[in-house]
Design a protein around this ligand. Structure first.
Ligand SMILES: [Zn+2]
Length: 182
């Protein structure tokens, strides 16, 4: 197992849609182990493969005692109920913003051997499933914020130590921001 470097906001891999996994081989299981080890090292609640530079539809999670991974996940929402609460991202370290999400979510996909897998989540688990699935679609949680909060977030990011250290120019996407619920 290897702790991998987490890509930070501004890295193009974070805005690309990831590819479905087609080979359920040893390299996939290594990827899942590396993601799990990196998540533990970073003390995060979820980590998607694009965040370590691998554009595949895989994420791991460890939140509220629910831990595991999903490959090629699809989300379903059993109800329209929503929640608003602080959300962060290992690719935007140290910054948290109130984010609107569905309260309940069911993630269906496969495990690293290609067997069906399912995660039923509410509250923080549901939030994590939505956040990580967004990563697989190249969507950062900033896109889920209301306009005023997003402007504040962009200001915070521009002055964040990690952004300066990375020497990257952080820009607001010129593309229209998607709605809260696509
Ligand atoms: Zn994230």
């Amino acid at each position: 197992m290897t702790v991998r470097q987490v890509r930070l906001f501004g890295d193009p891999v974070l805005t690309m849609a990831a590819d479905p996994v087609t080979d359920f081989d040893r390299s996939l299981r290594t990827l899942v182990r590396d993601l799990t080890e990196t998540l533990r090292d970073q003390r995060g609640s979820g980590l998607a493969a694009p965040q370590i530079g691998v554009p595949l539809r895989v994420f791991v999670f460890d939140v509220d005692g629910v831990r595991g991974h999903l490959v090629n996940p699809a989300l379903e929402f059993p109800s329209d109920e929503e929640q608003v609460g602080p959300e962060g991202c290992l690719s935007i370290p140290g910054l948290y913003y109130d984010t609107r999400r569905r309260l309940h979510a069911v993630g269906r996909g496969l495990d690293d051997h290609g067997r069906p897998a399912q995660v039923v989540g509410t509250a923080e688990v549901a939030r994590c499933l939505q956040h990580e699935t967004d990563h697989l679609d190249g969507v950062m949680f900033l896109e889920r914020l209301d306009a005023a909060t997003r402007r504040a977030a962009m200001r915070d990011i521009r002055t964040a130590d990690w952004a300066a250290a990375a020497g990257r120019r952080v820009k607001v996407s010129p593309h229209p921001i998607r709605g809260l619920l696509r």
